[in-house]
Design a protein around this ligand. Structure first.
Ligand code: PMP
Length: 305
């Protein structure tokens, strides 16, 4: 990671290396933090940075904070203002990733959520591809199961819960795969390690509903809207069986970091023809134009820095 110059920390923008917490910090010991992940896209023609759907990202961050009983004094608009101040200070002229986090900032011993104070930090860093092979990814069905809503809510972006994602990702990577597909306790396909999943069967675009132990992804929402509005294809939100991955026509994963990743093999079976399908390819093109401010119809999704 290229080091940022600044971070928002304890109420103000400070030099990045002054944004430090104690080893006794509650969030460091118990995973009691919630975070977000946004992207800023550099448009070289217009010499502008655009942040993609920050309103939705920050609303989700505030929902995550509520899940951990955080009483934060920020709203979406104030979070966006801090983000703008930070990005203007950095003056990035390339694609970036933005990481906001609310964390339980008290020091000391004691597992709980109540009677603890929260702090906010936000920083950003230059960022390119997350999954290198994003046009023909090879995934494996993980032996790890997705955390359940009654264990740690997957719809919250809770720091501690990311051990679940990390277990799945590392086993997949060490076995030579690009990514993991994680099943929930019912054996349905829920997500990748940090991305939502979609399949195409007989011209219908299918993704698990938000009640299937998934993060309510902003890219997922974006793709659902693009499929309906731009491709005019039917969309169904329903559970996906493991065996459907082997027989579907196309499969892709979506996330802020991953963007839209075409999956062409699962374990050692080809998906469809074993190459990126036309619907995935079209969505990737549309998405790239939308996030860089090249599609007028969706400029309301962008915040110009
Ligand atoms: N699922 C998980 C577990 C994730 O961490 C992410 C990345 N935030 C996603 C899905 C995709 O969500 P989004 O499109 O909002 O980045």
């Amino acid at each position: 990671m290229r080091s940022p110059r600044f971070a928002y920390f304890e109420g103000r923008i400070v030099p990045f290396d002054q944004a430090r917490v104690s080893v006794a910090t509650h969030a460091f010991n118990y995973g009691t933090a919630v975070f977000g992940g946004l992207r800023g896209y550099w448009n070289a023609d217009r010499q502008r940075l655009f942040v993609f759907r920050p309103w939705e990202h920050y609303q989700r961050l505030l929902y995550s904070a509520r899940l951990l009983c955080m009483e934060v004094s920020y709203d979406v608009e104030s979070l966006i203002q801090i983000t703008l101040d930070l990005l203007r200070a950095e003056a990035w002229q390339e694609d970036v990733y933005i990481r906001p986090m609310f964390y339980k900032a008290d020091t000391g011993i004691g597992v709980r959520l109540h009677n603890l104070k929260e702090e906010l930090t936000i920083w950003s860093t230059p960022f390119q591809k997350y999954i290198q092979n994003d046009t023909s990814a090879h995934v494996t069905i993980s032996s790890w199961r997705r955390i359940d809503d009654n264990v740690i809510p997957a719809r919250g972006k809770v720091s501690g819960a990311y051990v679940n994602s990390a277990l799945a990702k590392t086993d997949a990577a060490r076995a030579g795969f690009d990514e993991a597909l994680v099943l929930d306790q019912n054996g349905h396909v829920s997500e990748g390690s940090a991305m939502n999943v979609f399949m195409v069967r007989d011209g219908v675009v299918i993704t698990p509903p938000v009640t299937e132990n998934i993060l309510e992804g902003i890219t997922r929402r974006t793709v659902l809207e693009l499929v309906r509005n731009e491709l005019g294809l039917p969309v169904v939100e329903r559970p996906i069986d493991r065996s459907e991955v082997a027989i579907c026509d196309e499969f892709f994963m979506t996330g802020t970091a991953a963007q839209i990743v075409a999956v062409t093999r699962v374990d050692h079976r080809p998906i469809g023809n074993g190459v990126m399908g036309p619907i995935t390819a079209r969505l990737r093109e549309l998405f790239e134009d939308v996030v860089r401010g090249r599609n007028e119809r969706y400029c309301a999704w962008l915040l110009e820095v």
